[in-house]
Design a protein around this ligand. Structure first.
Ligand code: NAD
Length: 420
């Protein structure tokens, strides 16, 4: 009988860590320390619903590591949120901030809920109560949340307000990033993850000697990361031939008109019913269509050992966190498909979050041009370091990115020493 593939994201994160730690010959105590989060907070809290009933919600804040700086990581709202998912996402944040070299550690949070089934008022009350529940462990110098799946700038604004109220009304701008511009947000934050995906994709295209003008791309997930990645790749001359969201997948080998798609989504919220392209059913089949570049930008475990063999792309740039399992990685490596891993490819978001945090602390206001220039410098230099190490050590890009990240976190941990 075929062995069942491991799909638990935390176990996957640990397997990826182990592979690189082994090559680095990392000391046993550091392996044991860095494999697990520092702190797992789990909360259950009541919220008054619009119909007068009271519902109990469950949420998490997991702090993985803070050797290099305050804990940092988004908050996700989804019915699928669970502790192991949040633990995986928190550890990927530690490696991400280290690989792109911003002075943060890693954390993540989540609430088990379906925000599409909550009114705006309910969403606000859920957010405020959750913020209160985790407020003792977050703060501008301690742990700084940000948006992730199904959370946005408005939700960040409620977090700032709730945290500031509980903190003797001290205006704590730096407690979250991804805020609206009017309360200390930064130009370019909402597109930053997609921009980082585009920057690393263009570096990989150069490395693989592909020509942008004759490159086609498919993007899975058309939310914050996916839609901005698609738009910015199209601006580089890449032809976007397929996109998908939770409702369906659309495909047109001649190229999609993204402006028209965006207009449709503005009116209808989802891609379902869009009439100017072929629909692919089931939507997961989109990943297997012929394309040069594939950008998974939805959720974990999308490319597994069940479908990796059928992937036709030459290059995969991971917009989502954890879209590829270790089993799939082995198959993709054998097929010589080049993978730019999540901890590098989607680190543009946390990089601009870092700029926002610095801007808040210094009470400065940077221009859009400042932000994208600085982001470009950071991402290109991180990409080059990973690609150089991958070639030198003859390992894949994911392992190289982990090796750089683990070395930096280990160095900081040793420099700080063990308390007491
Ligand atoms: P989002 O909520 O804005 O968008 C998610 C998109 O994925 C939506 O279009 C949704 O319809 C789609 N989707 C959901 N299930 C799908 C499925 N089975 N098939 C196809 N599409 C599906 O979320 P986001 O912020 O864009 O995050 C997407 C991914 O990127 C997540 O893995 C997240 O952790 C990661 N990420 C986000 C950021 C950020 O700054 N927002 C930063 C780094 C990584």
């Amino acid at each position: 009988m075929k062995e069942q593939e491991i799909l638990n994201p935390f176990q996957i994160a640990q397997m990826q860590f182990d592979k690189a730690a082994e090559i680095l010959k990392l000391e046993g105590w550091l392996r044991a320390l860095l494999k697990k989060p520092d702190r797992n907070l789990s909360v259950d809290f009541p919220v008054k619903m619009d119909d007068g009933t009271v519902r109990i919600f469950s949420g998490y804040r997991v702090q993985h590591n803070s050797s290099r700086g305050p804990y940092k990581g988004g908050i996700r709202y989804s019915p699928e949120v669970n502790l192991d998912e949040v633990r995986a996402l928190a550890s990927w944040m530690t490696w991400k901030t280290a690989v792109v070299d911003v002075p943060f550690g890693g954390a993540k949070g989540g609430i088990i809920c379906d925000p599409s089934k909550l009114s705006l008022g309910e969403l606000e009350r859920v957010t405020r109560r959750f913020t209160y529940e985790i407020s003792s462990i977050i703060g501008p110098d301690v742990d700084i949340p940000a948006p992730d799946v199904n959370t946005n700038a408005q939700i960040m604004a409620w977090i700032v307000d709730t945290y500031s109220m509980g903190n003797k009304d001290h205006y704590s701008l730096g407690v979250v990033t991804g805020k609206p511009l009017c309360i200390g947000g930064i130009e370019g934050r909402s597109e930053a993850t997609g921009r980082g995906v585009m920057i690393t994709a263009m570096e990989a295209i150069k490395e693989l000697k592909m020509k942008p003008k004759s490159t086609t791309a498919i993007v899975q997930g058309y939310g914050n990361v996916g839609s901005n990645s698609a738009r910015l790749l199209a601006e580089q001359g890449i032809k976007i031939i397929g996109i998908s969201d939770v409702s369906t997948a659309i495909y047109n080998p001649k190229g999609l008109d993204l402006k028209d798609v965006d207009e449709y989504i503005k009116k209808n919220k989802l891609l379902k019913g869009y009439s100017k392209a072929e629909h692919i059913e089931p939507k997961e089949k989109l990943l297997e269509m012929k394309t040069d570049l594939l950008v998974p930008a939805a959720l974990e475990n999308q490319i597994t050992s069940a479908n990796a063999d059928r992937i036709q792309a030459k290059l995969i740039v991971e917009g989502a966190n954890g879209p590829t399992t270790p089993g799939a990685d082995a198959i993709l490596n054998k097929k010589k498909i080049f993978v730019v891993p999540d901890i590098l490819a989607n680190s543009g978001g946390v990089t601009v979050s870092y700029f926002e945090w610095v801007q808040n602390i210094q009470r400065e206001s940077w221009t859009y041009e400042d932000v994208i220039r600085k982001l470009n410098l950071k991402m290109v230099s991180a990409y080059k370091a990973v690609s150089e190490l991958a070639r030198k050590e003859k390992v894949d890009m994911r392992t190289a990115a982990y090796m750089i990240a683990i070395s930096r976190v280990a160095e900081a941990t040793k420099a700080r020493g063990i308390f007491p």
